[in-house]
Design a protein around this ligand. Structure first.
Ligand SMILES: N[C@@H](CCC(=O)N[C@@H](CS)C(=O)NCC(=O)O)C(=O)O
Length: 221
């Protein structure tokens, strides 16, 4: 946690979340904030036009970022842990180290394959090779989910919530192809998350934030 709070010291002690609706890292942060029952001041960022106050708080310029009275949290996983260590009514932190192992695999090799598949033009490469690499991870999830409702047993844990936004992105890259794969358990798991009231709540649309806007608290009660 870095401590360059600058002009961002939250008024009234309510932490600020800088977020971008479609970012899977921001989604996982919002999911944990929702599960913890916290409300933050939501500031919607556009990646192509970042608010200077956001860059002041976190010069590396990636979302999500939380500005709390105790400091700035600049990594999505740290934001999840920050929220859940305050309140974890659904025990997402149970088997925490097993979750962290799966998340490291997601954020490393799977995310690399996802980016090169999804943004093949940007990377000038063969998307099918990267799709096949990512599919190895998804096949593994499907076989785990054939045994259990969730990745680490019969209740959702940190791993499920940190990972499904990335599987969603992989699926949406070519939905027809994804739906044709022999991954019924993975599909059930993904659809369960995507149709949950929690996901609907954290995908609410907000206009781009700018300094001087009245505070928007999210998730809304
Ligand atoms: N390791 C960071 C990664 C966050 C990240 O890369 N977010 C993307 C959006 S999904 C971003 O802000 N990119 C900066 C940009 O596109 O300018 C985390 O876990 O929070």
């Amino acid at each position: 946690m870095s401590l360059h709070l600058g002009e961002n010291i939250p008024a009234g002690g309510i932490p600020v979340l800088y977020s971008f609706r479609r970012c899977p890292y921001a989604m996982r942060a919002r999911l944990a904030i929702h599960a913890a029952g916290l409300q933050l001041e939501h500031r919607e960022i556009l990646l192509r036009d970042k608010a200077p106050e956001f860059l002041d708080a976190s010069p590396k310029g990636t979302v999500p970022v939380v500005v709390a009275p105790s400091g700035v949290i600049e990594e999505s996983l740290d934001i999840m842990l920050w929220a859940l260590t305050q309140n974890d009514p659904e025990n997402w932190l149970q088997n925490r180290n097993d979750s962290l192992d799966l998340i490291a695999q997601n954020d490393g090799p799977f995310k690399t394959a996802l980016d090169r598949y999804k943004y093949a033009n940007r990377h000038d490469n063969d998307p099918e090779t990267w799709r096949a690499l990512g599919s190895g991870t998804l096949e593994n999830y499907d076989s785990i989910l054939a045994q259990n409702a969730y990745l680490l047993g019969n209740q959702p844990r940190l791993a499920d919530m940190a990972i499904f936004p990335f599987v969603r992105q992989f699926a949406n890259t070519d939905r027809a192809w994804f739906d044709a794969q022999p991954w019924p358990h993975l599909l059930r798991w993904l659809n369960g998350h995507l149709t949950s009231p929690r996901f609907t709540a954290i995908m609410m649309k907000y206009p781009k934030w700018q300094a001087g806007d009245p505070p928007t608290l999210a998730p809304s009660a």
